[in-house]
Ligand binder design. Structure first.
Ligand SMILES: Cc1ncc(COP(=O)(O)O)c(C=O)c1O
Length: 394
């Protein structure tokens, strides 16, 4: 009895000392830039390691993370995976697509939205965007053919798509609606969280996102049949229960999240809402006042005001043109950098112009490349403006 009490006291002291060391180590880490992790992540990481099992199949962290994430979103099911790309693939895996099936999606997005469609042998069909840069529901409806099997809407830069209209289109044609929320954690649309309005919602936890595990993803749904297939799809189609010792039900990858990543995800869930609040505040600040670092902050696109929308990620970014200009001296919003990086992976210095044609002219005068590096595909009015000014967008 004394021995047990001593041993318990010892491990409590050891735990407290480790906690203090963790706090100190995190406080002393490299400064400058975003610091998303602290002693909370270290504490859960330590618990994951101490369990001597880092695979989620028999672990507790990933299961807890899935449950907690789903709970926070008010839905019954969450399936964790290795990235936002994987999360979209898991969503598509629930739909049992066949080669040649068509999936309608957004032309302005990360390649992570498109790759899973191609990996399923399906054909991405790009619906044009409206002046919010999110897909236009009317354009989506025009793209529907007899081969269309799903719609993947992307809530870009924290701005929700027009979900009433998109849901109506999906319902009218009996199509499942997947919401790619990789850039829109805790975005609200008319009082509902995006990711819970369509049939399936997907999230990325890549380093720049509102909550991050370095890399990671989550797919949520309220549909038990989708959930069953999603769970199998993220685990090689391996039916672990009730199908004999080793039954693989269909062709699927291994996207299992490790316990280490699950531990970080759990800790991040405690912080994500405050990160969202902060980014909203930064977005509002920049939208309203402009800043020293940006030559001019104003609207490029018509600012479509959808009432009831609360977008967490720098709403104004959907209204900027990224061009070359004087290097901003101070990028005032830490959250801004990552969003701008999506628009301009080369991290070009930016200037914001009210008029897209003039923005192009200024870029020409500077002799610098403009916009559209990497993952952005220009369509709609912005593309027209660029072409009119003699630019071939990348
Ligand atoms: C809209 C969108 N979809 C999908 C992805 C893919 O996520 P990941 O990089 O975690 O695979 C991203 C990543 O930035 C994204 O922004």
């Amino acid at each position: 009895m004394i021995k047990t009490a001593l041993s318990n006291a010892k491990s409590r002291i050891r735990g407290a000392v480790l906690d203090a060391m963790c706090k100190q180590m995190m406080a002393a880490g490299p400064s400058g830039g975003r610091r998303p992790f602290d002693a909370e992540e270290l504490k859960l990481l330590r618990a994951a390691l101490l369990s001597q099992n880092l695979c989620c199949i028999d672990g507790q962290m990933v299961t807890a993370f899935e449950r907690r994430f789903a709970f926070e979103y008010g839905v019954p099911y969450g399936v964790a995976s290795t990235s936002g790309t994987a999360a979209i693939h898991v969503a598509l895996g629930a739909l049992d697509l066949n080669p040649g099936d068509e999936v309608i999606t957004a032309p302005i997005t990360d390649m992570g939205t498109i790759i899973p469609i191609l990996c399923q042998g399906a054909i991405p069909v790009f619906a044009d965007v409206d002046d919010t840069l999110n897909i236009d529901p009317a354009a989506v409806e025009r793209c529907i053919t007899g081969r269309t099997k799903a719609i993947v809407a992307v809530h870009l830069f924290g701005n929700p798509c027009d979900m009433d209209a998109l849901s109506a289109v999906a319902r009218r044609h009996g199509l499942p609606l997947i919401e790619d929320c990789s850039q829109s954690h805790w975005t609200e649309y008319k009082g509902r969280l995006v990711g819970t309005i369509g049939d399936i919602g997907t999230f990325s936890f890549q380093q720049s996102k509102h909550m991050t595990t370095g890399d990671g993803g989550m797919t949520i749904t309220s549909n038990p049949a989708y959930h069953e297939r999603m769970k199998l799809f993220a685990d090689k189609g391996y039916a672990r229960k009730g199908w004999g010792s080793r039954a693989y039900l269909f062709h699927a990858p291994n996207y299992r999240m490790t316990e280490l990543v699950g531990a970080v995800g759990l800790a991040q869930l405690e912080k994500v809402k405050s990160v969202v609040q902060r980014r909203r505040a930064l977005g509002d600040y920049l939208t309203q006042t402009g800043t020293r670092g940006l030559t001019l902050v104003t609207s490029v696109m018509a600012d479509k005001d959808v009432s009831g929308v609360v977008g967490p990620l720098l709403r104004f970014v959907s209204r900027v043109v990224v061009t070359r200009a004087d290097t901003p001296r101070a990028m005032p919003a830490a959250g801004l950098a990552s969003t701008i990086a999506t628009l301009a992976p080369a991290r070009l210095p930016i200037v914001v112009e009210p008029d897209p044609v003039r923005a192009v002219e200024r870029a020409c005068a500077d002799g610098a490349p403009i916009v559209a590096a990497g993952s952005i595909y220009l369509v709609g009015p912005l593309r027209a403006a660029l072409l009119a000014a003699g630019f071939e967008p990348a």
